[in-house]
Design a protein around this ligand. Structure first.
Ligand code: ZN
Length: 465
């Protein structure tokens, strides 16, 4: 299956062949994490934990079930999630007086407790995050990692003394995001969502969008400023220096297992996955090239190389299965292992190890005596090249348009006066999703693509995955 011919089918096939998830679980959209897929997810989580811990956030874990009475406190929030919620209505043989729901997101689980935790200005800022599973009843066709009903989810929730401090948190979240995405080699756009598309209950929402090879955009997460929209209904108040009670201002930041889907979609090729070294379960696979009379020598060398690289902290697999090297190459290419090392009798004689890069296909040899340093360099250069290639792809996938006559199969950028009427008309006429306007203002001068009014604002739109 060729990626460029039919991205959608290619994606499903590659996920299946690489055994990233098992979709045979008897609830649609609730997939089983296989060991290989889960390892990738845990590496991503480790970057998230590292950056949030480093910025003074504390990891917490709240219950999965939320009472309906709490869920109903923020009116827009209920409206936004109502049709997607799974309900628990019975416990044992007894119908419940108050229905419980499986968290679709955790605001309404956390905020009644935040109201107890936050008493004084000295309790602020309160910076928390959790990595849990959330549930949303998707009615559209499900797709591994991208559209599922049980979602591996990261969410940070913070409380602040005022709007400005919450705004500082939003800015800190952008800095964290940049650090988390670097090892994943995923470029993204930060687009402030339109008012009709912001998170239910938010003051504003910034979407984190990347591009897929078929011209679609894929939302990887979002960052929200809530102002007092949740602290008022949930009564999260603190006593300020003067002894007055004030409502906190809040922010959240959410991302999900879609990051795995994006890694598959952005970096993969016709041979399979291409994993960035930082998230690959195995960064290196060693394939011994055995021949009569040298089996022992080659095996010994391969084990030594493995130990040496493992001691240096690299994640490494020695494939000593009793199958031909060619089929080992094929298997590990599908699984996207960044670097393959081959050791045969000629390599041993010359004191080298042969390598093949998964991303570029480049082959060469490195000196056995300089192995750790060279291999580390190659892995770093794979990561750099994947970042560079993905950045270029994203830049190339955006086209500025001046009218709606012929729409390219890309993310489009165009003038927008900012009115809701023009926004809706644009969406109706193009059947694209208006993703919003750049969070960091871009210099732009043009006409609103619908009403023709002079504007300095560019908006972005795409077919959304
Ligand atoms: Zn307009």
């Amino acid at each position: 299956m060729k990626k460029e011919d039919n991205f959608s089918e290619w994606y499903n096939e590659i996920v299946e062949l690489a055994n990233l998830t098992d979709k045979r679980y008897p609830i649609k959209g609730m997939n089983v994490w296989t060991p290989y897929g889960w390892k990738i997810m845990l590496h991503i989580d480790s970057y998230i934990r590292k950056e949030f811990d480093a910025t003074g956030h504390d990891e917490v874990c709240f219950p999965l079930l939320i009472p309906e009475t709490e869920f109903q406190k923020e009116k827009d929030h209920i409206k936004g999630f109502d049709t997607e919620v799974y309900w628990v209505t019975q416990a044992g043989a007894n119908p419940l007086d108050i229905r419980l729901l499986l968290r679709p997101t955790s605001e309404t689980a956390m905020y009644p407790i935040f109201a107890l935790w936050v008493r004084s200005h000295t309790d602020l800022p309160l910076k928390t995050y959790q990595i849990v599973n959330t549930f949303r009843y998707e009615t559209k066709m499900t797709r591994a990692f991208i559209r599922v009903r049980e979602i591996h989810f990261f969410e940070s929730h913070t409380c602040h003394v005022d709007e400005a401090d919450a705004q500082r948190q939003v800015e800190e979240n952008f800095a964290i995001l940049e650090k988390v995405m670097k090892p994943l080699c995923l470029p993204y756009l930060l687009l402030k969502r339109t008012d009709w598309d912001k998170f239910p209950g938010a003051y504003y929402t910034v979407g984190i969008d990347t591009n897929l090879p078929d011209g679609r955009s894929l939302q990887l997460g979002s960052i929200h400023h809530y102002r007092e929209n949740f602290s008022r209904p949930f009564d999260i108040k603190y006593e300020d220096l003067q002894g007055d009670l004030k409502y906190v201002h809040q922010t959240t930041f959410g991302m999900s297992e879609r990051l795995v889907g994006a890694i598959v979609g952005v970096h993969g090729d016709d041979k399979g996955l291409v994993l960035p070294p930082e998230v690959a379960p195995y960064q290196i696979v060693i394939v011994p090239i055995l021949a009569k009379g040298i089996v022992e020598e080659v095996t010994l060398q391969a084990r030594e190389v493995k130990d040496e690289l493992a001691t240096a902290g690299l994640r490494i697999k020695l494939d000593d299965r009793d199958v031909r090297p060619g089929s080992k190459f094929y298997d590990w290419e599908i699984k996207g292992v960044p670097l393959r090392l081959e050791i045969g009798s000629r390599d041993i004689k010359q004191g080298v190890v042969t390598y093949a890069r998964r991303d570029s296909g480049e082959k060469g040899t490195v000196k056995r005596t300089d192995l750790v340093r060279k291999v580390t360099d190659i892995l770093r250069s794979i990561s750099d090249d994947l970042n560079e290639k993905a950045n270029k792809n994203l830049a190339d996938s955006i086209e500025t348009i001046e009218n709606l006559d012929t729409l390219p199969n890309k993310i489009v950028r165009f003038g927008w006066c900012g009115s809701e009427d023009c926004g809706h008309e644009f969406e109706n006429r193009t059947e694209l999703k208006l993703l919003g306007t750049p969070y960091v203002k871009e210099s732009f001068r043009g006409d609103c693509i619908i009403c023709g009014a002079d504007t300095d604002t560019a908006a972005y739109a795409a077919k959304a995955m």
